[in-house]
Design a protein around this ligand. Structure first.
Ligand code: OFO
Length: 168
């Protein structure tokens, strides 16, 4: 049986993943409107992935005998200053999610819930990959710059990353 404290912490994380999905969806929409098709495609895909992270937690809570709660989601920002602002915010957000996942893992150890501890290892590995991915996009922006053809190249490359993630 899922300890009550763990159940409510997992439900809080379900809500965080739902917010992340909406946050990236709003960023995708902003990029789309700016004509940044590659970045928009990448962020639409990432919004779907966050929804999948949410659902994985959702099913786990019910399978473990708890009650998964469909979350109320606050509205994310809808406007962004630039594509570099978008990707700086994604990295910052992923760093926050990493901290939340680490806190959840620590709670599992305190509560001696080794099953949820084990389940969460997937998220620990995923956060490592996501932070690495967003850092690499910021590196790309730093190297190519956003002046002249820089913006075109960055957007094209981010679109290629989305294409390779879809195939993986
Ligand atoms: Fe982008 O991370 Fe979910 O968990």
């Amino acid at each position: 049986m899922l300890p009550k404290k763990i159940q409510s912490a997992l439900n809080k994380q379900i809500s965080e993943e739902a917010y992340a999905s909406n946050y990236y969806l709003s960023m995708a929409s902003w990029c789309d409107r700016e004509g940044l098709r590659g970045s928009a495609g990448f962020l639409y895909l990432h919004a779907d992935q966050e929804k999948a992270h949410m659902m994985k937690l959702f099913h786990y809570v019910n399978e473990a005998g708890g009650h998964a709660i469909a979350p109320q989601i606050k509205e994310p920002p809808q406007e962004y200053k630039s594509v570099s602002n978008v990707f700086e915010l994604t990295l910052k957000h992923e760093q926050t999610v990493t901290r939340l996942i680490n806190e959840l893992v620590e709670l599992c150890l305190e509560e001696k819930d080794y099953s949820t501890f084990n389940f969460l290892q997937w998220y620990v590995a995923e956060q490592h990959e996501e932070e690495r991915l967003f850092k690499s996009i910021l590196d790309l922006i730093r190297i190519a710059g956003l002046e002249g053809r820089g913006l075109f190249l960055v957007d094209k490359e981010v679109g290629n990353i989305a294409g390779s993630l879809k195939k993986a």
